[in-house]
Write a protein that binds this ligand. Structure first.
Ligand SMILES: [Zn+2]
Length: 361
């Protein structure tokens, strides 16, 4: 664990007091607990493995609204990031940036003298027009600039992208985060998607994995909070939240009420611990055996749809602070047969303990 990570964990544990609520319907618990590698704090980006990056020159299939050309450019951006040993978070920042700047098209021109996927400008020292027209060169320059920014891995996507791009519209980047993650999943081979520090690799034989690796900052139905039907995991805004087990999305909803007048507070802004009621943006996943998991206070409306199948470890959304919340965290619930159970006990019994139980060097 790095010094920064240690400091962050201490900060999170000491300062976050979290409030939230929720209720689901759902029975039966199964799944043998098994050994999962010691978890490591995946608070920020992690290094990708060196094996098996995608082949950028091969034409990629369209994904959703993204054409073959756009997906192929995405694959190039990811490949360059993997080759440069940029942590995975950086690939997402790069993809979201290129989505905003060029819609993932290698544009011959643009605003003023901007060129290419990232709309970099020769006059600003990014390279010659010929160089910037090469997606590999353009992506390389983007990553090099990103890696120069101290603490970029702990920044919200918008802030990291803005510091590289110095865009006139910095807030436009964030809206691409879900698409960037979805495309990242699509262009990767199964080989390098199983990133060493990635929770996707840490699925128990019972099929469970922690939704994220973060300290438990508030427990299930404590003396102080007997109505708290889940656990709170303190994590930085934008941390990826993953499905705890395979299943199907059964609910996506915004629930944030202004307690003063009963009006809708909205979920696309932070809630308030005193003035807001509800889970904010939340998502429920139904699993085998009448088990449901709930993920609250998400940053954006999830890109998934009700009915979508999800794999254990598949990204569902991002840590935010929507609904009744005093700071970014994930409120996580497990319901068995219609009633909430202690997620810490459930996850431990299913081989996927919550919290940070081991560090890494
Ligand atoms: Zn909570």
């Amino acid at each position: 664990m790095t010094t920064r990570a240690v400091a962050w964990v201490a900060l999170a544990a000491s300062t976050i007091v979290l409030l939230c609520s929720g209720a689901i319907g759902a029975i039966i618990g199964t799944g043998a607990a098994s050994s999962c590698p010691p978890p490591s704090p995946a608070v920020s980006g992690t290094s990708p493995p060196r094996s098996g990056p995608p082949t950028p020159n091969a034409s990629q299939r369209p994904v959703g609204r993204w054409t073959s050309e756009q997906v192929t450019n995405a694959a190039t951006i990811v490949k360059v990031g993997a080759d440069l040993d940029v942590p995975r978070r950086g690939w997402v920042v790069a993809l979201a940036t290129a989505m905003q700047e060029s819609s993932l098209r290698n544009l011959p021109g643009g605003d003023r003298d901007s060129i290419g996927l990232f709309q970099q400008r020769p006059s600003q020292g990014w390279g010659t027009p010929t160089q910037l027209a090469d997606p590999v060169y353009a992506a390389t320059r983007f990553y090099r600039a990103l890696l120069q920014i101290d603490g970029w891995q702990n920044m919200p996507l918008t802030q990291a992208a803005q510091q590289v791009q110095r865009s006139a519209y910095p807030h436009a980047y964030a809206k691409w985060e879900d698409d960037a993650n979805a495309l990242l999943q699509a262009v990767g081979s199964a080989n390098w998607r199983a990133i060493p520090d990635d929770l996707e690799q840490c699925v128990s034989t019972g099929g469970w994995t922690a939704p994220l690796r973060a300290p438990v900052v508030s427990g299930f139905r404590t003396v102080e909070r007997p109505g708290h039907d889940g656990v709170d995991l303190g994590a930085v805004r934008g941390t990826v939240v993953r499905a705890a087990s395979p299943g199907r999305v059964v609910r996506i909803r915004c629930n944030a009420i202004d307690v003063r007048d009963g009006d809708d507070w909205g979920c696309d802004r932070d809630g308030d611990p005193n003035l807001t009621r509800g889970c904010g943006w939340y998502l429920d996943v139904g699993h085998r055996g009448n088990v449901t998991t709930r993920y609250c206070h998400l940053l954006h409306e999830p890109v998934l749809r009700v009915g979508d199948r999800v794999a254990a470890g598949q990204p569902l959304g991002y840590v935010g602070s929507s609904g009744r919340s005093s700071g970014p965290h994930l409120h996580f619930e497990v319901h068995v047969g219609g009633g909430p159970v202690d997620p810490e006990v459930w996850m431990r019994d299913h081989g996927a303990p919550l919290g940070i139980t081991a560090g890494r060097g």
